[in-house]
Design a protein around this ligand. Structure first.
Ligand code: FAD
Length: 404
């Protein structure tokens, strides 16, 4: 009897448990969950959940009965240390659980803003359901939000807050929004769209202080000397992978928990998946840490296959999406390292794709309101094929012919 323990019941942890059972894994499975909810989907937290009125149960992957039926033991609690020699996991409650295999699916946590007043109740973050719920609850009593960081989550929340009737300012240190993740063409499009919606975007600036009176936020000061009034500050300045549990157990870590192409740490009894894992990627060369639902769930499936006898290196094809207001951004592939961008479609018509090339090699496609291009990109990658930049730019070129 050698139970499998999964630490973290987010996208990766949940999927690992479900896929293991699907693949016939017969040992006990413990899923350690430090959030006071059944495992749930994170993406709606900055989108539909805040906009709507549906309760937390609308986010759950599965009802409680699923875990009972599948004999997946949900353990409420937090893992605090790993005894590798004794193959035991210590929980904050003091309970010690023996394991045959341990899966670290600990995800990431918000990077905190290091400014005075950043711990006031009107300064919010957005990673977990409780934070989304808290924002949804206070939005009706707020008038002016300053959002620090124009990454995916900052912009998704900005669009949502604007729809909810708030005045919205977004601060971004980089010269364009989502600069680390998308092409300038896509940044430009979203900047224009958010501005049309009445959101003020301030680029190349930093928040230098948060002002408050009597414990209530009154505004944010900027590095260029300006001051923006605010009664709500939402911080979206990125995340830090939860690597401490691994590091304290002596497992190699860097910008994530280091795993090989099989998602195994240096200890063959311990694996890591999802946002917390820095994985060796034969496909892309070197190692990668990605923050996406695709990455977490495909890691989980690959790991479940290995633990049930089907050992293959992880070779998932990255894809991602972000909903901002009425626009849907979808990304197929990894677009970092491109030296050439070819547009298909027309930004003025609110539907286009940016095909990103390195030389003549297609790295990925960023699509805005062009789901067909996105699905094409994913299928093309699955077949390890490409199309030329000239074909991408030519709307009369039939994409389907490249898949035949
Ligand atoms: P998580 O889902 O973060 O789960 C990790 C879990 O482990 C958490 O519950 C954490 O509390 C728990 N944990 C950590 N340490 C311990 C411990 N010691 N003991 C017990 N439990 C522990 N991705 C997309 O592809 N598209 C989107 O549109 C999108 N939107 C997003 C919107 C928001 C607001 C956020 C926050 C993320 C979004 N993402 C999106 C990213 C996506 O949700 C993550 O990449 C994904 O959840 C990663 O899964 P994971 O299992 O690695 O980590």
């Amino acid at each position: 009897d050698s139970p499998l323990i999964i630490v973290g019941a987010g996208h990766g942890g949940y999927q690992a448990a479900a896929s293991l059972r699907q693949a016939g894994f017969a040992e006990r499975i413990y899923l350690i969950n430090d959030e006071a909810h059944l495992p749930y989907q994170r993406p709606p937290l900055s989108k539909a959940y805040i906009k709507g009125s549906a309760g937390p149960e609308s986010l759950m992957f599965r009802p409680e009965k699923f875990y009972q039926d599948q004999k997946i033991e949900l353990v409420a609690g937090r893992a605090v240390s790993i005894d590798r020699a004794g193959r035991k996991l210590l929980l904050a409650s003091g309970e010690m659980l023996p394991f045959g295999h341990l899966v670290l699916a600990t995800g990431a946590r918000n990077r905190l803003l290091d400014l005075p007043n950043a711990n006031l109740p009107d300064v919010k973050y957005l990673r977990i359901l409780d934070e989304s719920e808290a924002l949804r609850t206070i939005i009706p009593s707020k008038k002016r939000a300053v959002i620090i960081g124009a990454g995916f989550i900052g912009l998704e929340f900005a669009a949502t807050a604007r729809i909810k009737g708030l005045e919205v300012d977004v601060l971004e240190l980089a010269p364009r929004v989502m600069a680390r993740a998308v092409t300038a063409e896509v940044s430009d499009y979203f900047q224009a769209r958010h501005r049309e919606a009445g959101i003020r975007i301030h680029l190349g600036v930093q928040a230098t202080s948060i002002e408050a009176e009597g414990g209530k936020v009154t505004g944010v000061s900027l590095s260029d000397g300006r001051h923006l009034p605010a009664d709500l500050v939402v911080v979206g300045v990125g995340v830090l992978p939860n690597i401490e549990l691994a590091a304290e157990a002596g497992l190699p870590v860097a910008a994530g928990i280091i795993v090989d192409e099989y998602l195994s740490t240096s200890d063959p009894n311990i694996s890591a998946i999802g946002d917390c894992a820095l994985f060796a990627s034969p496909r892309f060369g070197g190692s990668l840490r990605l923050e996406s639902v695709q990455n977490a769930t495909d890691h989980a499936r690959c790991l479940a296959a290995r633990l049930t006898g089907d050992r293959k290196p992880y070779d998932g094809h990255p894809w991602f999406w972000s909903d901002q207001g009425d626009d849907k951004l979808q990304i197929a592939g990894l677009t970092t390292g491109y030296d050439r961008v070819v547009l298909r479609g027309d930004p003025a018509k609110k539907a286009f794709s940016a095909f990103c090339y390195h030389g003549d090699r297609l790295l990925g496609i960023e699509s805005i309101n062009r789901a067909g291009d996105h699905m094409f990109g994913r299928r093309l990658q699955g077949m390890d094929r490409s199309i030329t930049p000239a074909q991408a730019a030519d709307e009369s070129f039939d994409l389907k012919s490249a898949l035949a």
